[in-house]
Write a protein that binds this ligand. Structure first.
Ligand code: ADP
Ligand code: MG
Length: 385
């Protein structure tokens, strides 16, 4: 058993005084390209990473659900019959929100036995690698198994999203849970966020001598507040003014008309989403026909669009991206919702250390806190371990 699995078993035993009956896990994700396109019903191309959230689960016979985490001190618990979004607080709203959301999707929560959960993770929290979807997806798969609910993975992704939207109160899209549940080694998940149809697209990074370097700036973001919600509102306003159901219904050919109808800020928000959707399609095309060495300029263009049009970057992310690009990266961009978190760079394996040294030096020179850097590989989605 790996260290983290031993830790989660030990943590479960300490919290509940008995051994768990099973272990499930789900990965964090990196979004290769397609940012803020998910809630606009467009395209995204995330991949599951080799950092996972592990859930140990055991039965209890009092109809209650207990959750504990290495991340927090207290054990939270509630009667399954009392699960409701307004009764859930703090980090426990993620796992308990999933239990509630399973009921919203048709599970008969009056008929399921009580359970205890203990959660441990190697996905950094708040870094834009979606520790939130990792915890939701691991819990959703675990409860789906032990409660014998029979939901398929796309439905479990919706369950996680519902928990995050209603129990946590973060208006996020379906991308992260889809990556955590549908990911596959050496593949990205190409997801149409309108139809929810997904295809695995081979990345071939290792074969091309490439690695993905994550640069976690350490700048904390929060989805439940501020910028994320206001960007969403701008997108809705843009779609309404242009009389389309969502920005998905626009292409780059619609942009001249959009410019005449929208104020400058809303236009730039719309232009980001429309061009980003096209970049996702182009990235998938190039991966399939030319391979990963051909996608760098699309990653670079995505970053510029987020920096200038969607205005969700921060100086630390810009510096990480520019320094990577100047030191041999094939392409680089911020990833995740923005306002902090991480950037990714697609880097030749033999150039990783040079880029890391350059980024460390640039951050020190600008007086920024030291970033955390590590490589990730495209990995399998949620599983019973
Ligand atoms: P991100 O998804 O980018 O990591 P979010 O703000 O969306 O950041 O989600 C982070 C939140 O998810 C944490 O603040 C915490 O409430 C919850 N969370 C994530 N991982 C764990 C964990 N292992 N144990 C407990 N709570 C967690
Ligand atoms: Mg999140």
């Amino acid at each position: 058993m790996s260290d983290i699995r031993q830790d989660v078993v030990a943590g479960f035993e300490e919290a509940y005084g008995s051994a768990p009956s099973g272990i499930w896990s789900a990965p964090g994700r990196v979004n290769l390209i397609g940012e803020h396109t998910d809630y606009n019903l467009g395209f995204v191309l995330p991949f599951a990473i080799n950092r996972r959230t592990i859930v140990a689960l055991g039965p209890r016979d009092d109809g209650r659900i207990g959750v504990a985490s290495a991340y927090a001190d207290e054990v939270a618990e509630i009667a399954i019959a009392d699960l409701a979004p307004d009764r859930l607080r703090g980090w426990a709203a993620y796992p308990l929100g999933v239990a509630w959301a399973l009921g919203q999707h048709g599970a008969d929560l009056a008929a399921v036995p009580g359970v205890n959960l203990f959660i441990e993770s190697t996905v950094p929290v708040g870094a834009g690698l979606s520790s939130s979807a990792a915890i939701e997806s691991a819990v959703a798969l675990a409860l789906n198994d032990v409660w014998q609910l029979g939901f398929d993975r796309p439905t479990l992704a919706k369950v996680g999203q519902l928990a995050e939207n209603k129990a946590v109160g973060a208006p996020t899209g379906i991308m992260d849970q889809s990556a955590a549940l549908l990911g596959r080694e050496d593949h990205a998940v190409f997801l149409d966020c309108r139809s929810l149809e997904s295809h695995l697209v081979r990345l071939g990074f290792a074969e091309a001598g490439l690695e993905v370097l994550v640069i976690d700036t350490g700048v904390k973001h929060s989805h439940a507040t501020g910028g994320y919600a206001s960007r969403r509102a701008s997108c809705e306003a843009g779609a309404k003014a242009l009389e389309v159901a969502s920005l998905r219904d626009l292409t780059v050919d619609d942009l001249p008309r959009a410019r005449t109808l929208l104020d400058d800020e809303t236009f730039r928000r719309v232009r980001h989403v429309v061009t980003e959707n096209q970049r996702v399609l182009d990235t998938v095309d190039r991966l399939r026909t030319n391979g990963p060495l051909a996608i760098g300029e699309l990653l670079d263009a995505s970053h510029i669009s987020m920096r200038d049009d969607f205005e969700i970057s921060v100086p630390e992310l810009d510096l990480a991206v520019e320094t990577a690009q100047a030191n041999g990266a094939i392409g680089a961009r911020m990833t995740g919702g923005g306002f902090g978190g991480a950037a990714i760079a697609l880097v030749p394996s033999d150039g990783i250390s040079r880029i890391q040294v350059a980024i460390d030096g640039a951050f020190a020179e600008h007086g920024f806190g030291q970033p955390t850097m590590f490589t990730v590989t495209a990995s399998n989605g949620a599983a019973r371990d």
